[in-house]
Design a protein around this ligand. Structure first.
Ligand code: MCN
Ligand code: CUM
Length: 798
């Protein structure tokens, strides 16, 4: 931290009027987005650009006997038909996944999931490419598929990964955390134990913009430029260089405006490689943009954790131990998008917000004939699954003990003075005040009154049941530190480069990549705060590996915790340098000059009227620098965080269930979040609203499903149901502020909290409405037919 400065205090600096911390500055990027001037990959057009369409397998499991592209090639506008053989020549027939597996770019031998990429047709326009793809004849020898993880682990299951030497089953990996023996002891001696099985179903991030790339090889400069839908352009360039053998400085990756990522744009997909490779080979630009169903069927899915949860407790609700066992479906390749040392992501934090002595978690993952996945989907790497497990189990325990679930939570919360807190699985929570957030949420929701109303309705045997669900979640976001978190060996730091120009305006370049989170505004706000500049005078750039400092990208809500920290530190470096220039301009000794955060000025100690802003001294850095000082006013910081940040919140959901139809209506939806010091409350609110909508989609609607032949039956928006404005209630949001003690501006991430925290609150509410009839669990998605079945089974249906 800067010596003369403790960083902004919680909410104290709101509104000094320059657009610094705590101000709801309107999003700079929205000017172009709402006037149709966004620039997405599909907007990129190059002279002579060709178009690529991928031929995909209709079968989930099949050996390829033959591929005949001659009828496609006979079409006038078709330029090339590529198969694995063509790519083999360039060493590009396979690519590494983010988890050290090897995935076919175009299938060489055996198709392992429906819609897998088999061949590519390159043509002069998109329609011709599509016509050509239809004319490629592929002969398949169809094999039995297996799309269920449990079935895949049975002895007689067809072996999917016979490409791995010696592989004779579909076992992918095992993982465990915590103390198995101590946990078993705690369970053996506990007065009360509860247990529940729950599936966190397969979801798809389904960003509005699907994935795509424009490969553009310039033989004159011997340089390959790839515009692509990437949440992590720098690491993608490094991987491209490693796989293709093209030197890294001869590759430029540009991630222009990204129309939503949600984790879907972290992995590398075959289409990117094909577009880049085709452009290299043909020496012409090649565009590939997938369609909606291709996106849902072939790109990384999320979740698919079949979990068993157990809690051991005392009679009065003190939790003694937690245990969980998971069966994970990883699809056809191990391509989970997580820091490489964490095969189960950050599932380790399944002890949640509670001070629990012992815990043990184990997991087995299987290969199935489905798209490779386990990508993070607004989830901080499996924290959604962990939070779902513990928040559901606390409700199960409360019902078993006939206690108020709010009371059980209060009894077990980690207390504010216990931070930094080390969890039984060895994770270090930075700060928290869980009870305050819960109390606030309960008050906003008018909890006691609804409990009263709930009892009244049960007694009166009313047609509409009332259910109240709570979730008091803890998130973990901001990967690094580099020593524990990496992608393909590259440590998870992040970066910022700040340049103040002679006229006092600044350009900031960051290593992270916005997909809609508003970085162009919020990163400018950090600089405005630290340098006392006006937010309007600062431009933020990202997504171009030729100009931006190396960074690991945006996912796991790491931008604020990591690149935000880098931006604050780089700003303070600029300010340090500016100080000597300020002293020179003010004709004072440097030691007599201090920085005043409130006014955003340097002034002479004891003479506050002698003051100067950074904007005013910028020219001095170029035109009137002190003797011995380096010219210019610029600083770079690469920030390796000492720890992750642990945002948290309490959500209270109140639902009404119609006993005649099984329809669930949201009566109230309260979300209290704590992400430490807040940069832009309006953007945070937007993040919360979007994430809650996705949480509702998760709990109520979304599920990627398969039939027995391995066909994806939920592979388009007719069948994969996203929530619309119709399904989304009014949200009531609130916040508390518990700064992160180790972050330079005390901020934690927030982008994923609402999606992580809301599904268990919603399920708890639905279960709560029927708990008096013995219902202990309802599986997601809780569509009306699922709820109706539960009503019938529990005798509540009318
Ligand atoms: N913010 C803030 N104050 C804080 C914390 C955050 O003002 N204390 C602001 C940030 O400055 C940033 C936004 O909130 O503008 C989100 O910040 P952060 O929590 O750091 O998360 P990231 O920027 O790293 O975004 C990633 C996160 C993830 S992992 C997914 S998935 C997701 C999400 O953001 N995908 C999104 N939100 C999304 N929102 C949109 N519109 N589109 C996506 O694809
Ligand atoms: Cu957890 S999805 Mo986001 O990490 O891109």
């Amino acid at each position: 931290q800067h010596p003369e400065d403790d960083g902004p205090q919680p909410e104290k600096h709101c509104g000094h009027g320059r657009g610094g911390m705590g101000e709801s500055v309107s999003r700079k990027e929205d000017q172009r987005f709402i006037t149709g001037r966004g620039n997405y990959v599909d907007d990129v057009k190059r002279p002579g650009m060709l178009h690529c369409e991928l031929v995909r397998s209709p079968h989930a499991h099949a050996r390829i006997e033959d591929i005949d592209g001659s009828r496609a090639m006979a079409l006038e506008s078709v330029v090339a038909v590529l198969t694995a053989d063509d790519l083999l020549e360039y060493g590009l027939a396979t690519m590494p996944t983010l988890m050290d597996d090897t995935q076919d770019v175009l299938v060489n031998d055996k198709v392992k999931f429906q819609s897998q990429e088999v061949a590519a047709v390159i043509a002069e326009d998109r329609y011709a490419a599509k016509d050509g793809a239809e004319k490629v004849e592929v002969e398949y020898d169809v094999l039995d598929p297996v799309v269920d993880a449990a079935a895949a682990l049975e002895d007689d299951a067809p072996v999917i990964r016979d490409d791995i030497e010696g592989k004779e089953d579909n076992h992918c990996l095992d993982w465990e955390t915590g103390d198995e023996e101590a946990t078993a002891d705690a369970f053996a001696n506990a007065p009360v134990t509860v247990e529940e099985e729950m599936l966190y179903q397969r979801l798809h991030p389904a960003p509005i913009e699907t994935c795509g790339a424009v490969g553009d090889y310039d033989p004159g400069k011997d340089k390959l430029t790839v515009h692509m839908t990437s949440q992590a352009p720098h690491i993608h360039r490094t991987l491209f260089a490693q796989v293709s053998g093209i030197p890294e400085h001869k590759i430029r990756i540009v991630s222009p405006d990204v129309g939503g990522g949600f984790g879907n744009k972290v992995p590398i997909y075959p289409g990117y490689v094909v577009a880049a490779a085709a452009s290299y080979v043909l020496e012409q630009p090649v565009k590939w943009v997938e369609e909606r169903s291709e996106n849902i069927q072939s790109t990384g899915f999320a979740r698919d954790y079949d979990m068993k949860g157990e809690i051991a407790a005392t009679e009065d609700g003190e939790i003694l131990a937690v245990r969980t066992d998971v069966l994970a479906d990883h699809g056809a390749y191990n391509a989970v998008a997580q820091p490489s040392k964490f095969p189960a992501g950050f599932f380790n934090i399944f002890t949640g917000s509670y001070d629990i002595d012992t815990a043990y978690g184990s997991l087995t993952a299987a290969y199935t004939n489905s798209a490779p996945g386990g990508v993070a989907y607004r989830c901080s790497f499996r924290v959604t699954e962990a939070v779902y497990l513990i928040e559901r189990m606390v409700k199960v325990l409360a019902d078993e003990l006939e206690m108020d679930p709010a009371e059980v939570r209060r009894k077990n919360f980690i207390q504010p003075e216990q931070f930094p807190y080390e969890s039984p699985t060895g994770w270090n929570y930075d700060s928290g005040d869980y009870e305050t957030a819960l109390d606030k949420a309960l008050e906003m929701a008018d909890y006691e009154a609804y409990r009263e109303e709930q009892r009244r309705r049960i007694e009166a045997d009313e047609k509409k049941l009332l259910g109240i669900g709570i979730s008091s979640f803890t998130e973990v976001v901001g990967a690094g530190p580099g020593k524990s978190c990496d992608i393909a060996g590259v440590e998870m730091f992040d970066s910022a480069d700040i340049r103040v120009h002679p006229t006092g305006k600044a350009t900031v370049r960051v290593g992270v990549q916005t997909q809609g989170q508003g970085h162009e505004t919020t990163f400018a706000q950090i600089v405005a705060e630290e340098l006392g500049m006006d937010v309007e005078d600062i431009t933020v750039e990202h997504g171009d590996t030729d100009t931006d400092p190396y960074g690991l990208g945006t996912y796991g809500s790491r931008s604020t915790p990591v690149a935000g920290a880098a931006t604050a530190v780089a700003s303070r470096k600029v300010r340090d340098k500016a100080k000597s220039i300020a002293a020179n301009e003010l004709e004072a000794a440097e030691d007599d000059v201090t920085w005043d955060r409130e006014s955003g000025e340097f002034h002479v100690v004891g003479a506050p009227e002698r003051s100067i802003t950074i904007t005013e001294i910028a020219a001095g850095a170029y035109m009137n620098k002190p003797a011995g000082e380096e010219p210019g006013l610029e600083a770079v910081n690469y920030y390796d965080p000492p720890e992750m940040t642990y945002p948290f919140g309490s959500y209270v959901v109140i639902v009404e269930i119609d006993r005649e139809t099984g329809e669930v209506d949201f009566e109230k939806f309260v979300a209290v979040d704590d992400c430490g010091n807040r940069i832009n409350p309006m953007i945070i609110e937007g993040q919360i609203h979007g994430g809650l909508a996705q949480g509702i989609g998760t709990a109520m609607l979304e599920h990627v499903t398969f039939d027995d032949n391995g066909n994806v039956t939920g592979g388009d928006f007719m069948n994969y149901l996203l929530p619309t404005a119709m399904e989304i209630p009014e949200f009531e949001t609130g916040h508390t502020v518990t700064p992160s003690p180790h972050h330079p501006i005390g901020a934690k991430g927030v982008g994923e909290s609402p999606t992580v925290g809301s599904p268990p609150a919603i399920v708890n509410a639905v279960v709560d409405a029927m708990a008096h009839a013995g219902v202990s669990h309802v599986e997601m998605p809780m569509t009306p037919d699922v709820v109706w079945e539960t009503l019938k089974e529990s005798g509540l249906a009318q």
